[in-house]
Design a binder for this molecule. Structure first.
Ligand code: KG4
Ligand code: ZN
Length: 358
């Protein structure tokens, strides 16, 4: 019988210190033997956002224990692992360096192959940990730093068809939470307090909703939240504004996803199965899930969302990407460095900054 590969994954690109042991399954999905995540919420709470130096220090303090815990929970020794995969970008260089260096040293010390993994590829492949998915599929990647529509043609072959020209969706949630003083981390707090509010109370802008294909723009929405926040005084009004913000994001995502689905069909043949995958931290949002599941049903796409533990940053998705790259020999152990910027589609135009014409 063919040996099933088992990898240790390490993730330290931002504010989660994570390690995981993952074993491939024979049906192209994975068994997650352990998935340990240490979140740094208390380190960054008082600043309302991630402070890179504090994050790096917390990674240094925690990473050994987290890796040991991941191995202990998997009941495997490092000698029983087939390879080590660590996030090499994009992310904060001071943070990436911690997980990358320890992964590389462990690999050298134990004589195992070492793979550097693109964090975005980890998110892109995360839905196939639990679901058998065949290429190509349409991916909406919505996290704190990225918001992109990607045609995932095969492992390592990505066509970006839409991106945000300013703020990422998670960033818009985080900034809204900060403006409304709802707590940190922002996304889950906005979702929680929006449940207490009336989503029809505020009419907020929907920037470029009817133009620029499936590109997104959210900076104007955030500015409008800031402007409205100055006119209100009660707790209830803050919840109403949070609910209206979330409703507007949902409206924008629904419209842009429908455009992306139509574009996806242009890139694929008639007999391709229509699969729509949503990944990244924002994919945990229940209202966004419901909204995009409804749209998928209307557009006859099969929607796939990872379980919440694989939506936010985790190392299982990094180990899983490592296994897949190792099997296809799509890695180079020698020329590896960490990178703050590392797009999935290197040919996609960089759509940020003033003076953009869409
Ligand atoms: O993928 P992720 O864990 O880290 C990055 O790679 O950025 O995504 C984190 C982002 C944060 O902006 C967070 O506020 C957002 O995902 N997020 C949410 C929810 N849970 C996390 N946004 C909206 N609703 C949620 N329930
Ligand atoms: Zn992420």
């Amino acid at each position: 019988m063919k040996k099933k590969l088992t990898f240790l994954g390490i993730e330290t690109s931002c504010d989660e210190t994570a390690a995981s042991v993952v074993r491939e399954n024979l049906n192209n999905t994975a068994d997650v033997l352990s998935n340990v995540v240490s979140s740094q919420i208390k380190e960054h709470k008082e600043f309302g956002g991630v402070v890179p130096e504090l994050a790096a220090r917390a990674h240094v303090e925690n990473i050994d224990f987290i890796i040991q815990e991941a191995l202990a929970k998997s009941k495997l020794k490092i000698s029983e692992i087939d390879g080590i995969a660590a996030t090499a970008g994009p992310g904060l260089i001071v943070c990436l360096t911690v997980g990358f260096n320890i992964g590389k040293s462990l690999a050298e010390f134990s004589g195992k192959p070492f793979l550097s993994i693109n964090h975005l590829e980890g998110h892109a492949l995360s839905p196939s940990i639990e679901n058998k998915i065949s290429f190509p599929y349409l991916l909406l990647l919505v996290s704190g730093g990225h918001s992109q529509f990607i045609v995932v043609k095969s492992l390592g072959d990505y066509k970006q068809i839409g991106t945000t020209i300013d703020d990422a969706v998670g960033e818009a949630f985080d900034k809204t939470a900060k403006i409304l003083n709802l707590g940190y981390p922002g996304g889950p707090e906005v979702e929680k307090f929006a449940k207490l509010g009336n989503k029809d109370s505020f009419k907020l802008p929907e920037p470029i909703i009817n133009r620029a294909g499936c590109h997104l723009s959210l900076a104007g929405l955030k500015t409008a939240v800031l402007r409205e926040s100055k006119k209100i005084s009660t707790k209830q009004e803050r919840y109403d504004l949070a609910a209206s913000f979330q409703k507007t994001i949902n409206k924008i995502l629904r419209k842009k996803t429908s455009v992306a689905m139509s574009e996806f069909l242009k890139y694929t043949s008639n007999n391709t199965s229509k699969t729509f995958v949503v990944a990244g931290g924002v994919a945990a949002n229940e209202t966004i899930r419901k909204n995009l599941i409804n749209l998928s049903n209307e557009m006859e796409f099969q929607p796939i969302f990872p379980s919440k533990e694989y939506c936010s940053d985790n190392a299982a998705m990094i180990a899983w990407a490592g296994i897949q790259r190792f099997k296809k020999k799509l890695f180079d152990e020698k020329s590896e460095i960490v990178k703050s910027r590392w797009p999935l589609d290197s040919s996609a135009p960089f759509l940020k900054g003033p003076g953009l014409k869409l």
